[in-house]
Design a protein around this ligand. Structure first.
Ligand SMILES: *[C@@H]1O[C@H](CO)[C@@H](O)[C@H](O)[C@H]1NC(C)=O
Ligand SMILES: *[C@@H]1O[C@H](CO)[C@@H](O)[C@H](O)[C@H]1NC(C)=O
Ligand SMILES: *[C@@H]1O[C@H](CO)[C@@H](O)[C@H](O)[C@H]1NC(C)=O
Ligand SMILES: *[C@@H]1O[C@H](CO)[C@@H](O)[C@H](O)[C@H]1NC(C)=O
Ligand SMILES: *[C@@H]1O[C@H](CO)[C@@H](O)[C@H](O)[C@H]1NC(C)=O
Ligand SMILES: *[C@@H]1O[C@H](CO)[C@@H](O)[C@H](O)[C@H]1NC(C)=O
Length: 488
């Protein structure tokens, strides 16, 4: 999504120094007891002057580090900065359409929606999951600094930010350069060799299509070859959109939405609010038309039918920006609706699906690849318990489908959606009083479990998910398309 000028203007970059001081400096400050604190202060006058006011404040808010209640350990590679944080120095050019500087702030959460006081709401960019994931794992209680003990190895490469910064690079060698260097670097590490990278993983905030340039099509817009490199195919790649047919080692992770709670209580309060909120609209659609994209033809039909229906609220996104990119406008509309239509756009998945579920709105899908074949770690097996699926046929009367579902079923489905919110959410990376498993917890736990199973099974090629074998007639691959940036 590209934020319009209007939104960018209200965002201030960089973060004000004073705001940073509200959060714990690091874990060490929290561990200090009062006697050691006094000792420490007497040793270092400079430290006292710089930090004491904030530390006393820290103790007043009495928050405690999360403890590792899960049975695994994750090791985080300390990569050369060019592969992650170093890229941010050039934030203005990390995306050929959007100035990413406001979006990479706050560990990728972006600009806070409320500037007064601590907030858990941010104008988070749709393709920034890799940064939030990184910050969450770095602060994770199950992180180990001892690779020897690690179940899984996280390679914090900001591959999505890199890819979008070189979309227009014509020289393919140059376009692939950093990704190739990353793979050379990591496969040269001692711990890689333990299982040829099978216990290593990447977390990428853009879709797999952006890393699967077809070798026979040199015109393929933008894509690099990261996910086609044999060594990467030995790793697990977490991505917001996996390649449903070839992506045996791809695992879908949620797009980040706008809510990044600091405490479990905030999450529970929000869920309660979404249970009680009044929903006068039967359904709603947020999105723009896609001219000439066969796969997205359903969009034009949705927009038409929604505009004509008295039961539907429409927020049309068009070039040049609209209220489509105002987080609270979008969420407010979804919170007024019982069903939220999720038509494929430039690719199968949409950030909007996660916004809708955060607002307790039951998603309606037109392709199985918008959700069902993507986020297997996060969803109940029974698709109908939380969503509606409509065949993409001509003359479909979209309104008829949700109307067929009884009121009590709607309530039940909504309850399931609201129960899923915590696991689809990226908690605040510095959250302390937060004990609900979030998107990152679930990913790490599942990966660790798979890594152990692989260990036990040795190298049995039958790993992977059954859905990827459900090939069917392969649709033409989704090209990376500039329009993908237009809406979520
Ligand atoms: C989390 O805390 C660290 C250390 O104090 C700080 O640098 C970082 O900006 C904080 N993250 C957010 C999102 O506030
Ligand atoms: C934790 O994992 C180890 C293997 O790494 C296993 O032996 C142990 O039983 C597990 N404990 C629990 C409580 O799951
Ligand atoms: C912003 O935060 C302040 C202080 O916490 C609060 O009083 C105010 O209601 C918040 N505004 C919005 C729009 O949430
Ligand atoms: C592409 O870039 C590489 C590496 O910088 C360079 O060696 C090569 O000559 C370039 N190729 C073309 C056709 O410019
Ligand atoms: C991938 O892993 C398998 C099994 O460990 C190994 O035989 C193979 O050489 C690895 N491939 C690469 C490219 O490292
Ligand atoms: C669906 O509609 C399009 C355009 O309205 C038409 O070209 C196509 O033949 C129709 N397909 C079927 C199966 O009716």
């Amino acid at each position: 999504m590209s934020y319009t000028k209007r939104q960018v203007k209200i965002d201030l970059w960089p973060e004000k120094e004073t705001e940073k001081e509200k959060y714990p400096k690091n874990k060490e400050t929290l561990k200090l007891t009062t006697p050691t604190l006094l000792l420490f202060c007497s040793i270092s006058l400079i430290f006292l002057i710089l930090h004491f006011p904030f530390m006393s404040r820290e103790f007043a808010t009495a928050s405690f580090p999360r403890t590792c209640g899960l049975n695994f350990t994750v090791y985080v590679y300390d990569l050369p900065k060019e592969f992650n944080l170093g890229l941010l120095q050039n934030c203005r050019h990390l995306n050929i359409y959007t100035n990413m500087c406001p979006h990479v702030a706050n560990n990728g959460l972006g600009q806070p929606l409320n500037r007064s006081g601590r907030t858990s709401w941010f104008a988070t960019h749709q393709f920034i999951a890799e940064m939030i994931f990184h910050a969450r794992v770095e602060n994770h209680p199950c992180r180990t600094y001892e690779p020897n003990n690690a179940d899984i190895f996280y390679v914090p490469f900001y591959g999505g930010l890199y890819a979008s910064s070189v979309f227009r690079e014509q020289n393919l060698t140059k376009r692939d350069e950093l990704a190739v260097r990353l793979v050379d670097y990591i496969s040269g590490q001692r711990w890689w060799k333990r299982s040829n990278g099978r216990d290593h993983f990447l977390a990428i905030g853009r879709t797999a299509w952006d890393f699967m340039r077809s070798s026979d099509d040199t015109d393929d817009f933008g894509a690099n070859i990261l996910m086609q490199m044999p060594r990467v195919m030995n790793m697990s790649v977490l991505t917001v959109e996996r390649q449903p047919w070839k992506g045996d080692n791809h695992f879908g992770i949620p797009y980040p939405s706008y809510f990044h709670p600091y405490t479990s209580a905030e999450m529970v309060t929000w869920q309660d609010k979404m249970r009680r909120v009044e929903r006068p609209n039967l359904f709603s659609f947020v999105g723009g038309p896609r001219k000439g994209l066969e796969k997205a033809a359903i969009r034009d039909e949705l927009i038409k039918q929604c505009a004509e229906s008295s039961h539907c609220e429409l927020l049309k996104c068009e070039n040049g920006g609209s209220r489509c990119h105002e987080p609270m406008t979008v969420l407010g509309m979804m919170a007024r609706s019982r069903f939220c239509l999720q038509a494929p756009g430039d690719s199968f998945t949409r950030r909007s699906t996660f916004d809708a579920m955060l607002a307790g709105c039951i998603p309606v899908f037109f392709s199985p690849h918008t959700m069902y074949t993507q986020y297997l770690w996060y969803l109940p097996d029974d698709k109908r318990s939380y969503s509606v699926f409509m065949e993409e046929k001509n003359n479909t009367q979209i309104e008829q489908e949700p109307l067929r579902i009884s009121e009590s079923e709607v309530v039940q489905m909504r309850e399931t959606v609201i129960d899923l919110i915590p696991s689809l959410t990226y908690a605040h990376p510095n959250a302390t009083n937060y004990d609900l498993p979030d998107a990152v917890d679930i990913a790490l736990e599942t990966l660790a479990k798979e890594a152990r199973d692989k260990d036990v099974m040795s190298v049995d090629e039958s790993h992977g998910d059954p859905l990827s074998r459900d090939s069917g007639p392969a649709l033409s691959p989704v090209r990376t398309d500039p329009r993908r940036e237009l809406d979520g």
